[in-house]
Design a protein around this ligand. Structure first.
Ligand code: AVI
Length: 319
């Protein structure tokens, strides 16, 4: 690491902490891989917003409909005057539905790694909900540590919509659930959206959209490495692949170069042999029963669950 650091641009050494180390480590693995959280720079977050509007991408609209239709139940299961803590809040699009459903929520704490998504969203919530204190927290939701929440003794409700939990391996998800249990404290509630197992054609269409937005989202990570870590990827050479791994019950996104070649990142060279891919994302799909078992392993108990009539998506209240 020492000998290459002189060649690395200043911005690359501080791109939110661990980008450089994780990319070099990930490209050195026998199955090359990059943590999916790095898909979300400004361009990636914008592309993800476009994905949520695609006709093939059912999770967002299905979850929004579920949050609307379950508003009475959400109000019943969350104490009055609660503080809402959202993990990986992004554009906070679904938050307004929750804040409207709850009885006199007192505060909103969005936590997100992308400043360009976090601060405008926090500002919008402040404007639309002038009685709610909004305290944005810039950072990853997986390293909550012992940060103290600025909300006194209000009841707490965590919010983790969008099936972002599916982007964690089950082991990571259990770890995350345990850490949120400590972070939110006793008597908290936790509202989580989880995508469900379903026929293969529906899943594959959702991650291989006709307009190629998901492909652009996937390839953007290479452009980000070029820009921030002095990389030499030609994103155009990399084909987007989304496949279903039915042993692990997950969609996997990969990037596969059409020809064998070499790239350099921050002065280090990496070879791509015939057929080699970079694994960029997992998106686990659960059954309701499976999700309840996962929640239990993480120290939570599901007290209410809603699914849509086509069984595409689920929203759970954990306690
Ligand atoms: C954010 N996350 C839940 C999305 C998903 O479906 O796993 C990310 C995504 N990747 C490709 N399309 C959407």
């Amino acid at each position: 690491m020492m000998q290459i650091s002189a060649a690395i641009p200043h911005a690359a050494r501080f791109p939110g902490g661990d980008f450089l180390e994780e990319v070099l480590a990930g490209l050195s693995l026998p199955q090359k891989g990059l943590p999916s959280r790095f898909l979300y720079d400004e361009a990636g977050s914008e592309l993800f917003e476009q994905i949520t509007e695609l006709p093939e991408y059912y999770p967002t609209r299905t979850e929004i409909a579920l949050l609307k239709s379950s508003s009475g139940g959400l109000r019943e299961t969350v104490p009055s005057g609660a503080a809402v803590i959202e993990f990986g809040s992004g554009s906070s699009r679904k938050t307004e539905l929750l804040l409207e459903a709850l009885d006199r929520p007192c505060a909103y704490i969005p936590i997100d790694i992308s400043a360009s998504a976090l601060y405008p969203a926090a500002q919008r919530i402040r404007q639309n909900f002038p009685n709610i204190a909004v305290h944005p927290v810039l950072g990853g939701f997986q390293n909550l540590g012992n940060k103290k929440l600025p909300i006194g003794r209000c009841p707490r409700v965590g919010f983790f919509p969008g099936s972002t939990i599916g982007n964690l391996t089950p082991a990571e998800a259990v770890c995350f659930l345990r850490s949120t249990r400590r972070y939110l404290g006793a008597d908290a509630r936790f509202i989580i959206g989880a995508d469900l197992q379903k026929p293969l054609d529906v899943l594959l269409r959702a991650y291989n959209d006709a307009q190629g937005v998901t492909a652009a989202f996937n390839r953007n990570i290479l452009a980000r490495i070029n820009r921030e870590l002095d990389g030499t990827f030609d994103p155009g050479v990399f084909e987007h692949q989304a496949l279903y791994n039915d042993i692990e019950c997950r969609i996997e996104m990969h990037l596969r170069p059409s020809t064998p070649h070499w790239v350099s990142v921050a002065g280090r060279f990496f070879e791509f042999r015939e057929g080699e891919t970079i694994h960029t994302e997992n998106s686990y799909k659960y059954t309701v029963k499976g999700f309840h078992a996962l929640a239990k392993s993480g120290g939570w108990q599901a007290i209410r669950t809603w699914t849509d009539s086509s069984n595409l998506f689920s929203v759970h209240v954990l306690a």
